[in-house]
Design a protein around this ligand. Sequence first.
Ligand code: MTE
Length: 317
Amino acid sequence: MTRIPSHDITPESLFWQRRRILGFTLAAPVASVLAACAGPDVASTDASAPTSTVASAGSVTTTTDELSNPLTDYETVTGYNNYYEFSTDKERVKDLSAGFSTTPWNVVVDGMVAKPRTFALEDLLALQASERIYRLRCVEGWSMVVPWTGFPLAALLQLVEPTATAKYVRFETLNDPVRMPGQSEPWYEWPYVEGLRLDEAMHDLTLMATGVYGKALPPQNGAPLRLVVPWKYGFKSIKAVVRITLTDVQPTSLWMAASPGEYGFFANVNPRVDHPRWSQADERRIGELGRRPTLVFNGYKDQVASLYTGMDLRKFY
Ligand code: MTE
């Protein structure tokens, strides 16, 4: 594949103009028109051995994912964001979230665990971090390649010792309409909630990101801590997490509640299952011209397909 930096292909302003013409920009924030994004195979080089060194501030150790896809540039990763707590306009999220304070920050981990605990962010930052280059595939039909830094969710869950009854993990974003003005909008059931099956949560690809491009995570990308599940649509990758609860009940996510006919619990990237209002067969990699085929499990099939043996992935979207 020819690797051409996005700025060599289309000037940024023309690119965004074109996207608007193509109709990707979200309209009114109502459930009937929502187009949540969520996000998918391997770490920096190999999913089964995904950790490399932590990138030094502002740098990355690798410039492509394991499929030789070039990284999406930093300005786009941090300038084109889905974060409804701040805005439904992707290009305004950065500015509107700029003053969002993340200190102090605590994360409660509770429910069906032997050792429930409230972690200060500093405790979590002490967990061993690594760099992971993951494709992010939004359910809206666009994608990026992002170099995250963070720690495996499994490392955190092991500290609280899930009990034998725990089957699911429920995640919750901060609920603070003063700091997150979008939460005053009545369209959604705040706070943003997401969930994983416990085995998905324990999978080595499942990351709690604290940084991007070797820098601390900026507010617009979910500072100070966000989930990244690379084989699922981007909407599963919940931002600004404050609570993680182990449970035996399948969590209902914000998107499932908002539009149950369109968004399911599993939300695995699947080019053969269309969204009710558009095809999922291909995607627009931001920075490229044209569209490229969407990969089953976003290209992470070898690593995660075994989690779903025997399941009808059309039915269990
Ligand atoms: N988390 C919260 N709390 N609120 C959101 O609106 N949007 C989701 C996900 N996590 C969202 C969220 C969607 S739809 C996508 S595609 C990704 O975040 C986008 O992540 P990014 O802005 O870092 O690319």
